[in-house]
Design a protein around this ligand. Structure first.
Ligand code: GAR
Length: 203
C-alpha cells in the first residue's frame, strides 16, 4: 500500500500528441503509479480532431475537448479550461498541468492559477526563438545546433525556469521538417524525464 499522496497529471494537447504519448508510455513502463502515486488523469484538447485523443483513449485515459472557438474571449476559454482541468482531480487541482503541443496563448490569470505546477515544451534552445516557426528561423540564422526546452510556464510566452534541454545538430541542407523531426525525437526523451523528476521531488 502506497502512503504517497496521489499526484494527478493533466496533459493539454492540440494535435498529434506525440509528446503526450511519450509521457504516457514512460508512466506505464516506469511504474509512476507505484513509485510516485502518479497517474495521467486526463488528456484535454482544444481541437476535437486532435489525433492524440485517440491514443489517450486507447490507453484508458479520460479525454475532454474544450474548443476555443466556442468562447468569446481568451478569458472565457481559459475559465472553462481551468474548470475542466480541476474537475479531473478530487482535491480540485491536479499536481501537474503539462502542455504538450498545446498551441494556445494562456491568460495571466490561468497561468497564475497553476504557477509552479504547469510545464511546457518548446521546440528551440530557449532563450533563442520563442514563438512560432522555430526550426525555419534556426536554419535561416545559420544555427549549427538546435534543440528543445522543457520549462515552467510563466505569464511571459516561452519563459520560465528551464528543467531540461536537448541539443541536436543542424545539418547542411536541412529543411524545417527534417530538423523538426530530429528535435522531436529528443523531446520524447526530455519531457518524460522532466516530469518524472518533479514527481520524484514531490514525494
Ligand atoms: C512539439 O514539437 C512541441 O515542442 C511543439 O509542438 C510540437 C507538438 O508535437 N510545441 C510548440 O511549438 C509550443 N509553442 P506533438 O503534438 O506531437 O507533441
Amino acid at each position: 500500500m502506497s502512503q504517497i499522496a496521489p499526484q494527478n497529471i493533466v496533459i493539454l494537447i492540440s494535435g498529434g500528441g506525440s509528446n503526450m504519448a511519450a509521457i504516457v508510455k514512460a508512466a506505464e513502463q516506469g511504474g509512476w503509479q507505484q513509485k510516485y502515486g502518479a497517474r495521467i488523469a486526463a488528456v484535454i484538447s482544444n481541437k476535437a480532431d486532435a489525433k492524440g485523443l485517440v491514443f489517450a483513449q486507447q490507453h484508458g485515459i479520460a479525454t475532454a475537448v474544450v474548443d476555443h472557438k466556442a468562447f468569446p474571449s481568451r478569458e472565457a476559454f481559459d475559465a472553462e479550461l481551468a474548470r475542466v482541468i480541476d474537475g479531473f482531480d478530487p482535491n480540485g487541482q491536479p499536481a501537474l498541468v503539462v502542455l504538450a503541443g498545446f498551441m494556445r496563448i494562456l491568460t495571466p490569470g490561468f497561468v497564475a492559477r497553476y504557477v509552479g505546477r504547469m510545464l511546457n515544451i518548446h521546440p528551440s534552445l530557449l532563450p533563442a526563438f520563442p514563438g512560432l516557426h522555430t526550426h525555419q528561423r534556426a536554419i535561416e540564422y545559420g544555427c549549427k545546433f538546435a534543440g528543445a526546452t522543457v520549462h515552467r510556464v510563466t505569464a511571459e510566452l516561452d519563459h520560465g525556469e528551464y528543467l531540461e534541454q536537448a541539443v541536436v545538430p543542424v545539418l547542411p541542407d536541412d529543411t524545417a521538417d527534417q530538423l523538426a523531426a530530429r528535435v522531436l525525437t529528443q523531446e520524447h526523451l526530455i519531457y518524460p524525464r522532466a516530469v518524472e523528476r518533479l514527481l520524484a521531488a514531490a514525494r
